[in-house]
Write a protein that binds this ligand. Structure first.
Ligand code: RIB
Length: 293
């Protein structure tokens, strides 16, 4: 089985601030760290660190070369990441004293991926392989349809959530990863709805998909047909939550690929995410397999 992550690669600029800046306000940050991120690249890094053979596809500018070097150092095959003349995607991340963040994205190369590049990449993958997608690149619908035609298993993390998600062919998804906000939106429920109810609604709405609902400190919920499981986090000091969901996604898929039962895969993924939040940054904060399995 080959795992293909078709997704975003971003340069993350992390500003440490007292509080998230308000409209019209100017504040200073106590530090600025440039690090590697992008939901797609983070998920590829998590899969590779968890020990899976991983292929990354996406688009970067010259300023993103360090992202490729880092991914390669984790064992990710980056041959399908295309370079172009413009800028790499960027995420301006404000991290406040309570470890809350706010993220402003510039799509850069993530919005320049072409249909031709998508079809060319997918030609190398087929039945038995798996594709991991998020919502930070263009043409997600096209990728889903082409991947399904080639028999790939589709894992979707519809993040960051926006109106476009409802226009995607969500019935093609085999494994759906959502957080509380995305889950409630897709379930058509209010934010205060108990998570087991949100999960039940998602299972009914997407009967062909395994649903994983992540819930921060409350761990993660799993639902498929009549099966329900729950995983708990490991108590770790929270330094930076950026990329925690990406870490969870990569480790859950890796654990299932190792034929671990659902409850064990949830525990592994929750543990990996707990370790990730105890460190600064996204991609570099993702733990190694030896720390987790
Ligand atoms: O999921 C975390 C990621 O979201 C960050 O690395 C940032 O690049 C944004 O895309």
């Amino acid at each position: 089985m080959k795992a293909l992550v078709f997704g975003s690669l971003n340069i993350d600029l992390i500003f440490s601030v007292d509080h998230i800046v308000s409209p019209g306000e100017t504040i200073s940050s106590s530090s600025l760290i440039k690090s590697a991120g992008g939901k797609g690249a983070n998920q590829a890094a998590a899969l590779a660190k968890a020990g899976l053979p991983v292929y990354m596809a996406g688009k970067i500018g010259q300023d993103g070369t360090f992202l490729l070097s880092l991914l390669q150092s984790y064992g990710v095959n980056t041959d399908r990441v295309v370079r172009y003349e413009g800028a790499t995607g960027q995420a301006l991340i404000q991290l406040d004293k309570n470890r809350q963040n706010a993220i402003l994205l510039f799509s850069g190369g993530n919005a320049q991926i072409t249909i031709e590049e998508i079809l060319r990449t997918l030609e190398e993958f087929g039945r038995g392989d798996l594709i991991v997608l998020q919502n930070e690149i263009v043409h997600v619908q096209k990728i889903m349809e082409a991947a399904k035609n080639r028999g790939l298993t589709i894992c979707l993390n519809p993040s960051p959530y926006d109106q476009k998600i409802e226009t995607l062919p969500l019935d093609l998804v085999n494994i759906l990863f959502v957080n509380e906000i995305e889950g409630a939106a897709l379930a058509g429920k209010g934010a205060e709805t108990p998570l087991p109810q949100v999960l039940d609604r998602l299972v009914t709405r997407f009967p062909g998909a395994e649903i994983i609902l992540t819930a921060g400190k409350d761990g993660a919920y799993y639902g498929f047909k009549d099966i329900r499981e729950k995983g708990a986090i490991v108590d770790m000091p929270v330094v930076d939550t950026t990329g925690a969901g990406d870490t969870f996604t990569g480790y859950f898929i890796a654990a299932r690929s190792r034929n671990m039962p659902i409850d064990r895969a949830l525990a592994i993924a929750c543990k990996a995410a707990s370790y990730a939040v105890s460190r600064m940054g996204a991609m570099e904060a993702i733990p190694l397999a030896a720390e987790i399995f």
